[in-house]
Design a protein around this ligand. Structure first.
Ligand code: SAH
Length: 259
C-alpha cells in the first residue's frame, strides 16, 4: 500500500532531527518540505536522486496532489514539517485527502520550537510551586480563536505561555496579559530562529518593553514568545526544589534519609 510519512524536522538545527527522521530522509525518493522554516541542511542526508520540493508556493490541494501522485508512483514519500507536525501544521487537512485516496500515513514527532526556545534561553517551563502548567497557543490574527481561548482567558491561569505565530501581535499580547493581571514588568523571552546555527537571537524584556526591543532587533517572523513566572529562575536565590531529589522525600527508587 502506498504510504506518506509526515515527519517533524525539529526547530532548525539539523542535529535536532530524530534518528528516525534522519533515516527516513536518507531513504526517501520524494520530499516535500514546508518552506522557510525547515532548514535545507536537514536535506543533506537525502539521496542524490531524491525529488525535493518546497511547498511554500503551493495550495493545500497542490500539496495533497503532489503527495498522492508520488505515493501512487510507489515512491517513498516524506512530508517534512517544522518542529512537530501536530502543532500548527495543517496535519489533518493533509491527511484527510490521503485517507480518501487510500494512502497509508504515519507521523513522526519532532522537537517543537517552544522547547527549542526554552533550551536556547536556558529556561524551564515548569517549576515547583511556581507553575506546573504550560499552554501552547497563539494570538488571534486572521485565524480566529475558539470560545474560551482568548489570550486574556488563557493568561488568567498565570502559568507558562508559549505563543506561536504571534510575533507581529506583541501589542495584543501586552494588553491581554495586563488585563489578566500580569504586571508590566513581568519577564518575557522572545527567541528568533531557535537552534538555527549562527542565526538564533534571544531577546529578553518585560511585558512593557519587549515590543520595542523586538522592533529594534528587527524581529518580525520565525520567533517564539515565552511568558512565564519561571523566567529567569536560574538567577533566583530562593528556589522551591523538586521533591524527586529531596533527601527527605521517599519514592519508588529511593528511601528518604532520616532527619
Ligand atoms: N510545527 C511547528 C510550528 C509551526 S507554526 C513547531 O512545532 O514548532 C510556525 C511558528 O512556529 C512560527 O511562527 C514561530 O512562532 C514558531 N517557530 C518555528 N520554528 C521556530 C524556531 N526555530 N524558533 C522560534 N520559533 C519558531
Amino acid at each position: 500500500m502506498p504510504k506518506v510519512w509526515f515527519v517533524g524536522a525539529g526547530p532548525g538545527d539539523p542535529e535536532l532531527l530524530t534518528l528516525k527522521a534522519q533515516r527516513l530522509i536518507s531513504e526517501a525518493d520524494a520530499i516535500l518540505y514546508a518552506g522557510s522554516l525547515v532548514s535545507e541542511a536537514a536535506m543533506t542526508w537525502a539521496k542524490e536522486s531524491c525529488d525535493i520540493e518546497d511547498s511554500k508556493g503551493m495550495t493545500l490541494a497542490q500539496i495533497c496532489d503532489w503527495l498522492i501522485s508520488k505515493a501512487k508512483g510507489n515512491a517513498n514519500v516524506l512530508r517534512l514539517q517544522t518542529g512537530d507536525p501536530g502543532l500548527y501544521g495543517a496535519l489533518i487537512e493533509m491527511i484527510q485527502p490521503l485517507d480518501a485516496a487510500g494512502i497509508e500515513v504515519a507521523v513522526v514527532p519532532g522537537v517543537t520550537s517552544a522547547m527549542a526556545s526554552a533550551a536556547a534561553a536556558v529556561e524551564t517551563l515548569s517549576l515547583p510551586e511556581v507553575t506546573q502548567t504550560v499552554i501552547f497557543s497563539r494570538v488571534e490574527g486572521r485565524t480566529p480563536m475558539p470560545d474560551g481561548e482568548s489570550l486574556e482567558e488563557l493568561a488568567a491561569h498565570h502559568c507558562t505561555l508559549c505563543l506561536y505565530l504571534s510575533i507581529t501581535l506583541l501589542k495584543k499580547i501586552e494588553s491581554a496579559l495586563l488585563n489578566a493581571g500580569w504586571s508590566a514588568d513581568a519577564p518575557i523571552v522572545v527567541v528568533y530562529k531557535a537552534s538555527w546555527p549562527g542565526e538564533q537571537q534571544i531577546i529578553r524584556g518585560t511585558l512593557s518593553d519587549i515590543r520595542e526591543k523586538c522592533k529594534l532587533a528587527k524581529i518580525n517572523s520565525q520567533a517564539m514568545i515565552i511568558a512565564s513566572p519561571t523566567l529567569g529562575a536560574r538567577h533566583w536565590s530562593e528556589l522551591k526544589k523538586s521533591k524527586l531529589y529531596d533527601a527527605t522525600f521517599s519514592h519508588r527508587f529511593r528511601k528518604a534519609e532520616r532527619t
